[in-house]
Design a binder for this molecule. Sequence first.
Ligand code: A3P
Length: 352
Amino acid sequence: MSLQSHSLQSWSDLLDRWVNFEPKQVGSKYFQSEFSFPEDTIPRSHFPRQSIKDTGRATIMIRKPKGIDLDPKPLPIIKGVKDDPARAVLLARRPPGCILLGFGKCGTSALLEFLDLHPNIVTLDWETDYFCDRMYPKYDLQWYVKKMPPSLPHQITVEKSPCYIVEHDAHLRMRAMNSSLKLMVLVRDPIVRVLSEYGHYSATERYWGRIPTPLIDRITAKSKEEEFNEAQLLKIGNYFPHFEHLLNVFPRTQILVLDGDLLITDPLSQTRKVEDFLSLPHQITEEHIYFDKDKGFYCMISPETGERKCLGKSKGRQHDNLDDALKAKLSDFYRPYNKKLFELLGEKFDWL
Ligand code: A3P
């Protein structure tokens, strides 16, 4: 979010307004003298992309914050601050108070773009993947905080990565960083999610001059053509095991589940939920969004500049049509998982 171009008259106006908007319970416990996991949280590996072996307990790498790990990182002097010392003092890179964990292809980029319209939310526009197996052993918490966008003390920093939900060690690592962290997870009809991810693969294949692999070949076992294979493409849409693990690590009250299908048709219904969850006033309104006929999706109007912006070409692709037989088969495949998920979350989505 460009703070320079904020519509308020001056930085002192801006700071005055924020004084009354102290978000509650967000990011208040970065330093914990000790931490422990709930007794029933045994890191196990029965899910794809989870790194702990069934036998291994102690192999998980968890980094406990110490020293100045999570202190706000002051910014180098940047253009324009000379005239406004208050800004120079308060702007810093801060650890996130809220993280969007996924699921991939459920609208994670769109949600972050919509949230960025809120004056009290600052979002990171790329994915550090810090808590994921690929990155965590290589980088420390100071590195992570330094990657966050500049923010003021009353703003909440939000970042996202789709691997945070499917790699279960990431849940434990996030908790070790901040047990009062707020988490958001977007879900959408798992069949539509398959089509979205398949569209992404196909676009990549076309980019490299190849003919896209038909969907049926990606999801059907070669040896037994009638059966679905073990592809991630299918498996990720079984959201249940990931929530089951997450709920062993964080309390339900710290987890907001959002509807990626509604995010497309009625984005404000979802941003309002986030505002409530983060105890922020409703400041993302009809004024800040419009339906772009060319894009076929809602897009954003910057409150600071009035500039209109849609997501890029890789978001909002046309999906292939599913033939009725495959659709029915996919519905049968996901139905039991969906049912278990709705029971676990105590929430129902419009997919069965
Ligand atoms: P498709 O490109 O398959 O339609 P993610 O950012 O998690 O990868 O999710 C991408 C999906 O976000 C897109 O999938 C699209 O359906 C969805 N989406 C939701 N709101 C959108 C918006 N306003 N603009 C573009 N895509 C949006």
